[in-house]
Design a binder for this molecule. Structure first.
Ligand SMILES: NC(=O)c1ccc[n+]([C@@H]2O[C@H](COP(=O)([O-])OP(=O)(O)OC[C@H]3O[C@@H](n4cnc5c(N)ncnc54)[C@H](O)[C@@H]3O)[C@@H](O)[C@H]2O)c1
Ligand SMILES: [Zn+2]
Length: 355
């Protein structure tokens, strides 16, 4: 198994290092070699930096990660704090936390002083298999999730499955939903492997977890490298990674990010809706549809929500930055392991067939 994965993009090539129990040593080395280091960390993983507080060139900003911090207020608060502590262009920002801390930190790293060095240390399964890969960052607007942000590749990503020891099972499942997504869009044998190994992942068998993380990153990085800025060129486009996210994001916005659903739960429902549409369009076989549904049920991810076909959900989808007028773009499945980007689908027709 490759423990180091190189991501090659037009802007930057960088390394993703996956290793159990590696964070403390790596952090020490980075702080020793860098000029000034600014750590933005989730309080829930504060133990990871316990021995570092005496370092003179280190400044630490602590938050509890949640969707609520991905906004203008925190963006301003953190940026001003960095400036007040003398951040300069040779400084390095390190984000240690889940996808929310990573997303806002990445946005700040790309904008403060027009961009400084950025290292990501993801501490949730979701951020290890998804949000830390590919250089997307951002904050939310009242009009929807992630509407403000940049593409900014990090200089390094350090992934340590051992940090997941403290992660609640609900959050572990949230990350697992993105792993299933990667299998569904690209790799049917990976999906089969997950069907027989998901239990070991939830029991934190680190070897199995490492393999699932590794495989997932390789799939995501394939799409990212083909199309770093999501130009929707073809079926290898980065947009394929949005499978399940059209309805998933709408549900999250509908609930105002109030923790009713985790990101993974929302996209699990979104993936089920997209799979049903794929079946109704005669792309996906009934057998595959049942397999997908059964797997979600077995692992305890939701496949429906009482509000998923609410009119407000369709209005939110129409507002999505990727859609124009009454026509929407959707990622559908041809079969387990193969996705298809469908443009300009009429929202009224979609509504009719899924009711
Ligand atoms: N940039 C991208 O490409 C991309 C891709 C997918 C998702 N995202 C974004 O990622 C975010 C979701 O990420 P997330 O699920 O990691 O959310 P999160 O950052 O809110 O973390 C989930 C919860 O786990 C806690 N936590 C973090 N690490 C922990 C640990 N090791 N032990 C115990 N608790 C821990 C956090 O405090 C929080 O309560 C969303 O905002 C989503 O939009 C971005
Ligand atoms: Zn996602």
């Amino acid at each position: 198994m490759r423990n180091n994965i190189t991501i090659r993009t037009k802007e930057k090539n960088y390394l993703i290092q996956i290793k159990i129990n590696s964070i403390k040593n790596k952090l020490k080395k980075i702080i020793k070699n860098e000029d000034k280091v600014f750590i933005i960390i989730d309080k829930k993983v504060d133990h990871l930096i316990k021995d570092l507080s005496d370092k003179k060139n280190l400044f630490i900003i602590r938050f509890v990660g949640s969707e609520k911090i991905k906004n203008y207020i925190f963006f301003q608060k953190i940026t001003e704090k960095l400036l007040s502590k003398g951040i300069d262009r040779k400084s390095c920002i390190i984000s240690i936390g889940g996808g929310t801390i990573g997303d806002i930190s990445g946005f700040i790293a790309s904008t403060v002083l027009r961009g400084v060095k950025f290292i990501l240390i993801p501490t949730t399964l979701l951020s290890q298999v998804d949000s830390s890969i590919g250089g997307k960052n951002g904050i939310n607007s009242m009009y929807g999730k992630n509407l403000i942000g940049t593409f900014y590749q990090p200089n390094l990503v350090i992934i340590d499955p051992y940090v997941l020891m403290t992660l609640p099972i609900k959050e572990l499942k949230s990350g697992y939903a993105e792993i299933i997504k990667h299998a569904l869009i690209y790799d049917s044998s990976f999906f089969k492997w997950l069907e027989s190994n998901y239990n070991k992942i939830f029991n934190l068998n680190f070897k199995t977890l490492e393999k699932a993380i590794n495989k997932s990153i390789l799939i995501k990085s394939k799409f990212v490298q083909e199309d770093t800025k999501e130009k929707l060129i073809n079926n290898d486009s980065r947009a394929i990674l949005n499978f399940g996210h059209t309805f998933g994001h709408a549900l999250e916005t509908f609930y105002q990010y109030k923790k009713k659903l985790t990101h993974g739960e929302a996209i699990a429902i979104g993936m089920m809706i997209a799979s049903k549409i794929s079946y109704k369009f005669n792309y996906l076989s009934k057998n595959d549809l049942i397999k997908i549904n059964n797997h979600f049920k077995k692992v305890g991810l939701p496949t429906s929500d009482k509000n998923m076909y609410n009119t407000a959900i369709f209005s939110l989808i129409k507002k999505d930055k990727k859609n124009i007028g009454n026509n929407i773009n959707l990622v559908l499945l041809k079969k387990i392991g193969k996705a298809k980007f469908s443009r300009n689908l009429n929202i009224k027709k979609i509504k009719k067939i899924i009711y």
